[in-house]
Structures are given as structure tokens and as C-alpha cells.
Design a protein around this ligand. Structure first.
Ligand code: AMP
Length: 430
């Protein structure tokens, strides 16, 4: 089989790594990929949002399966584009990807179908949004409707901050058309978890739970990032919570999408807040999480290609997912200054030394090859991922690898995987 993976981050390196291990796969391509994927796949000079270019390549090279990493091509309709050419692709249709592409659509869908989530109102008019925010008071959450590269959600501690945020979205249009409307919602208190599942629209196969660390600094301080690390399993998601998420969130969501003529096939990822009243949906993603994919795919024991094909062919019911019981921890190493301004092109040292450690994978994200060197080329640079006999073992092993790698200005959190349970003690991030 020939498989094409679309994207260039740590998640895509992990997908390439896992898919290249399948006995059925002869050749892997990655478009555009990074310096890490280049070791296992042939990188293509085609951008992830060049839907026609990707379809042309897949047709000309008889690609058997294309797997889409990031949300953007899905929301832009890559699945329909490939379907039109009779090409097999793993990922939801444009209409189904609205679940991530529009927060307004998703909030209304959840309300219509009784799926637990925060109270909210939608606004297109700034003055009306201001009135509502002043009425409700802080803490309060303001969200741009469309895709905003993870930056369109503002968890605000004061009314002024929320009003300012609403203005930046609706009036200044800081997120362009993604901010034509906004959601103002109740700030939920509790512990967050990522529940990732495969679904073919009839069967749901949940993955082991994972948790990511979004704030840039230790102790969950500083601004939010794309994710500074992740681990699986997540102790906060007990069997009881997982059952409730499946029954109260995943099953009704897949049904709701079918009923509304948007059948969902692909990865359904629910960002959950575990509140005093039970699990509530913060957001949906329609693809694997990054960095959650890195520890999850290291723990997945079965052939990922078999699972993805079963989704595409609507026979997920016949499959079984097996997990390595050992926990996995992924520490993200980032460029100094991230998530703000940062420099690129810094030579990365120690990659070979880190790779010698058993049960460690160094997944690349923002990296590029320059002559014989590998240099930094993005904010999040590496996802150093390790398995261990227990959580402490996985953490120690991951940091042993991290300590062998360096570049000028590198930053990372020292507390990834150290789970702190804050039972409903605060509004998250407030
Ligand atoms: P989202 O992209 O909607 O998941 O939002 C990004 C992050 O903002 C989440 O992971 C939460 O940490 C936080 N967040 C979003 N919505 C809420 C909410 N209603 N209450 C508290 N925190 C929230």
C-alpha cells in the first residue's frame, strides 16, 4: 500500500512513524512534512491547503489511502475533493468538519440535541455582545466563530477584558472572517481532558484518554499555546467519566450529525471539562490532537492503517483496538519566545544521543534540514515522547531524552505528566 499523510507537525510525524510500521505499507509520503518525517517518508513540496495539488499527486501516484492531519484542509473540503476523483481519504467531509470549523454551528447543534456544554449566546453586533457580557459578569469566555489557529478563545477574568476581546473579534476583525460572529459563554470550572475516538458514523471506538498542557510555563502559568506536552492515560478520566462521555457526548453527537445530514467519519475529538455536574463539551476537533497524538500513537499496539481503513469502509464494528498498558508522556521542546515572537534556524544538537534511549521517540514539528544540520523552523520544534513502566518512569525517560537535546533559546516545561487534581476548584485558566 502507498499512504499519503497531509501536514507538517508533530502529530503528522507520529502518524508517519506509526503508519510506516504497518506490514501492509510499502511507501509513505508526507505533504509537506518536516525534517523528522523525511527519515521515514518521502516529503512532498505540496502544501496542506493545496487540495488540487494533493488530489493530483494521489491520482498520479495511485495512493491507496490519504490521512489528513490538520483541520484546515478538512474544513476546506479535502474529503469531497478526493471523493470526486475516487480517491480514498481518511477524514470527515466539509459539512461534518463544521463541528470544528464553526463554534456557532456546534453550540447550536449541542443545544438542539441536549449535549452538555456551557450556557452561551451568539452575537454579530458588538454593542449587544457588550451588554450581555456586562449583564453576565466575569469570569466569562469569548470565542471567535471560525478557525483561528487556536487563538480565537479568550478566557477572561474581568468584564473589561471580555469586552476588549469581543471588540478585537467583531470590530477590529483580528481573526478576519473567522470573527464575523462570536460566542460568549459561561466559564466552566473543573479539570480538562481530551477524548479522542474513531467513528465511521455507526460505531464509535474511543481511544485511551489523554490530557494536554496548554499554558507555556510550569504550574499552568502564562499564555496558552498549541500544547506544551501531553500524556496518556489521564487519571482524571475514570471509567465512570469515560462511560458518561461516551453516552452523553460521543453517541449523541454522532447521531445528531447523521440526523442533520452531516454523517461523521473520522476522528471525533471532544475537549471536555469535567465539572461538578459531569462532563461538558468545551470544543470538538475533527482530527487527532497535537500533541495528544504522539503519546497515544506510541501506546497503540494494533495496526493504525487497519483501523483507518475500517473507518473509511464503514466497518469499524469489526475491529478491536489494543493498547500498550504502559503510560506515555510527550514533552514539547519549543523555540524561545513561543507562543509570541521567536527566531528560527537554530541548529538542534543531541538528536542522535536522545534517539539511542529505549522506548523514546523524538517526533519533529517545526524542524527543517539545512545541509547536514537539523535546524528549528517553528514555535513547537520537537515532541519528545517516552513510554515507561509507570507514569514516573515515562516522565523520567522523556526528560532524560530532553536533557540530551539543546539549541540556543530552547524552552520546555519541567512538569509535564505531573497530574494535579483540582476538583472544581477554579475556573480553568482564570
Ligand atoms: P477551545 O478551543 O474552545 O477548546 O478553547 C481552548 C481552551 O480554552 C480550552 O482548552 C479551555 O482551557 C478554555 N476554555 C474554552 N471554553 C471554556 C469555558 N467555557 N470555560 C472555561 N474554559 C474554557
Amino acid at each position: 500500500m502507498k499512504v499519503l499523510i497531509v501536514g507538517s507537525g508533530g502529530r503528522e510525524h507520529a502518524l508517519v512513524w506509526k503508519i510506516a510500521r504497518s506490514k501492509r505499507v510499502k511507501k509513505v509520503y508526507c505533504a509537506p512534512g518536516n525534517a523528522g518525517t523525511a527519515g521515514l517518508a518521502e516529503n512532498l513540496d505540496i502544501k496542506a491547503d493545496d487540495l488540487d495539488g494533493l488530489a493530483r499527486f494521489a491520482r498520479a501516484n495511485r495512493i491507496d489511502l490519504t490521512v489528513v492531519g490538520p483541520e484546515m484542509p478538512l474544513v476546506a473540503g479535502i474529503a469531497e475533493r478526493f471523493d470526486r476523483d475516487g480517491l480514498r481519504i481518511f477524514g470527515p467531509s466539509r459539512r461534518a468538519a463544521e463541528l470544528e470549523g464553526s463554534k456557532v454551528f456546534t453550540k447550536h447543534l449541542m443545544r438542539r440535541h441536549g449535549i452538555p456544554s456551557a450556557e452561551y449566546q451568539v452575537f454579530e453586533d458588538f454593542e449587544k455582545a457588550r451588554g450581555y457580557i456586562e449583564d453576565r459578569g466575569a469570569p466569562i469566555v469569548v470565542k471567535a466563530d471560525g478557525l483561528a489557529a487556536g487563538k480565537g478563545v479568550l478566557v477572561c477574568q474581568t468584564v473589561e477584558e471580555a469586552v476588549e476581546g469581543a471588540k478585537s473579534i467583531l470590530v477590529d476583525r483580528d481573526f478576519g472572517d473567522a470573527g464575523a460572529s462570536l460566542v460568549v459563554e459561561e466559564c466552566l470550572r473543573g479539570e480538562e481532558a481530551s477524548i479522542i475516538a474513531l467513528t465511521d458514523g455507526k460505531t464509535i471506538a474511543p481511544f485511551e484518554p489523554a490530557q494536554d498542557h496548554k499554558p507555556v510555563f510550569d504550574g499552568d502559568r502564562g499564555p496558552n499555546t498549541g500544547g506544551m506536552g501531553a500524556y496518556s492515560p489521564a487519571p482524571v478520566v475514570t471509567t465512570e467519566i469515560m462511560d458518561r462521555v461516551v453516552k452523553e457526548v460521543l453517541v449523541p453527537t454522532v447521531h445528531a450529525m447523521s440526523k442533520e445530514d452531516r454523517p461523521f467519519k473520522g476522528v471525533l475529538y471532544a475537549g471536555i471539562m469535567i465539572t461538578e455536574q459531569g462532563p461538558k463539551v468545551l470544543e470538538y476537533n475533527v482530527r487527532f490532537g497535537d500533541p495528544e497524538a504522539q503519546p497515544l500513537l506510541m501506546r497503540l499496539e494494533c495496526d493504525l492503517v487497519d483501523l483507518l481503513e475500517a473507518v473509511v469502509e464503514g466497518r469499524l464494528e469489526d475491529t478491536e483496538i489494543r493498547w500498550d498498558p504502559r503510560p506515555a508522556v510527550c514533552v514539547v521542546m519549543a523555540s524561545g519566545g513561543y507562543p509570541g515572537k521567536y527566531e528560527k534556524g537554530k541548529p538542534i544538537l543531541g538528536l542522535d544521543e536522545a534517539a539511542k534511549l529505549e522506548d523514546v521517540q523524538v517526533f519533529h514539528a517545526g524542524t527543517a534540514a539545512r545541509g547536514d544540520e537539523i535546524v528549528t523552523a517553528g514555535g513547537r520544534v520537537l515532541g519528545v515522547t517516552a513510554l515507561g513502566q509507570d507514569v514516573k518512569g515515562a516522565i523520567d525517560r522523556a526528560y532524560e531524552a530532553v536533557d540530551r537535546i539543546s539549541w540556543e533559546g530552547v524552552q520546555f516545561r519541567r512538569d509535564i505528566g505531573q497530574f494535579r487534581f483540582r476538583p472544581f476548584g477554579r475556573c480553568h485558566l482564570c
